[in-house]
Design a protein around this ligand. Structure first.
Ligand SMILES: Nc1ncnc2c1ncn2[C@@H]1O[C@H](COP(=O)(O)OP(=O)(O)O)[C@@H](O)[C@H]1O
Ligand SMILES: [Mg+2]
Length: 330
């Protein structure tokens, strides 16, 4: 849902500008920067809409000289580093020409933030449809086209990665962190948690595809237009593997997390969406089955993925949902 946000930014601005070599976006030190752009005249830049996500970051649509840009700001300075990594990953995907039909909005400007101020970056606004509005209206041929694009995207990731042993340490460290975070959640089902950690304690003894990925390749992070599919909300992950993108997509198509968190879908639309997601999922399931490496690692990664969601959840129905899906995987 788009909610109107009425706040406006401050009027002072700094001229301290810098071209970030990694993202090629213009960085500058005006914390809010609503009213200035380096090297240009002052122009009005006011938040008009707030787009919703779940990360806690603020995502706003800002008006600029008749056009619009999207600004994403970290919820607190502790998230600044991750937000800047996200901007860098998005721009580097774009600089690499995207992947097939998948593109990414250009990062236009960024502010790295400070100990007490939130970081932000601005990117092109993509006039796109929500996954549900788009998928519900596509023809069977268009749906097949989307499946083909997803498979081609996974193929590119797989073929451009190295096949190596990831080692056990990376999983052990992450598990330790996860165990610590989960310890403080008394509402979790002890039995499930015990089984999950026991399963995750022994990663498959196989090589894995290691290489770049989006990091949070879910349906809500794909902006659907009739020409292209745009990716937003890139995320650094503890292990960069194209399998992570397959796992995240199946979080929606197989486990249907998106229909769980989508507050806007009435029941008749939910049923249709479930059918569409199942259709897409069959192909991804087959894709995994046909590849020995994906087959060996998929269940391990999906279990890790769903467990990693748990510490962020506060709603009882969401916790129950994730635990039920974990039980199905074990
Ligand atoms: N460049 C953009 N153009 C159009 N809509 C966008 C853009 N970036 C984000 N959005 C919308 O805002 C939502 C939240 O943004 P996102 O970066 O995914 O935030 P979160 O980290 O909270 O999930 C997205 O799901 C999408 O609908
Ligand atoms: Mg998102």
């Amino acid at each position: 849902m788009h909610t109107v946000n009425c706040c406006t930014g401050p009027t002072n601005c700094s001229k301290d500008t810098d071209l970030d070599p990694e993202t090629k976006a213009i960085s500058f030190s005006d914390p809010d920067g609503y009213f200035c752009a380096p090297g240009t005249n002052r122009y009005p830049l006011k938040p008009r809409l707030q787009l919703t996500g779940r990360s806690g970051c603020r995502v706003e649509l800002l008006e600029r000289e008749g056009g619009v840009v999207v600004r994403k700001s970290s919820a607190s300075p502790s998230y600044n580093k991750r937000l800047m990594l996200q901007a860098a990953k998005q721009q580097s995907f774009r600089d690499g020409g995207g992947a097939g039909e998948f593109a990414a909005p250009a990062v236009l400007r960024q502010y790295n933030g400070g100990t007490n101020t939130s970081a932000w970056y601005e990117m092109e606004y993509v006039h796109a449809e929500r996954y549900s509005d788009y998928l519900e209206r596509v023809t069977v041929d268009q749906l097949k086209g989307i499946v083909n694009q997803l498979i081609a995207y996974f193929d590119r990731g797989r073929l451009s990665s190295r096949v190596e042993s990831p080692g056990r340490l990376i999983f052990e460290n992450k598990l330790q962190e996860l165990r610590y975070r989960i310890r403080t959640r008394p509402s979790l089902d002890e039995r499930v948690i015990k089984d999950v950690f026991s399963f995750l304690g022994t990663p498959p003894n196989e090589n894995l595809y290691l290489g770049s990925c989006h990091g949070d390749f879910t349906l809500s992070n794909i902006l659907f237009t009739h020409e292209k599919l745009y990716l937003v909300d890139f995320l650094d992950t503890f292990i960069e593997t194209p399998l992570q993108d397959i796992v995240k997509m199946r979080q929606d198509t197989c486990h249907r997390w998106i229909t769980m968190i989508d507050q806007e879908l009435p029941i008749h639309r939910l049923n249709k969406m479930t059918q569409i997601l199942s259709y897409i999922d069959q192909f991804i399931g087959d894709y995994i089955e046909e590849d020995k490496i994906l087959r060996s690692w998929y269940r391990y990664f999906q279990t890790f993925n769903l467990t990693r969601i748990l510490p962020y959840l506060t709603e009882e129905d969401e916790i129950t949902f994730v635990q039920k899906n974990l039980r199905l995987l074990l």
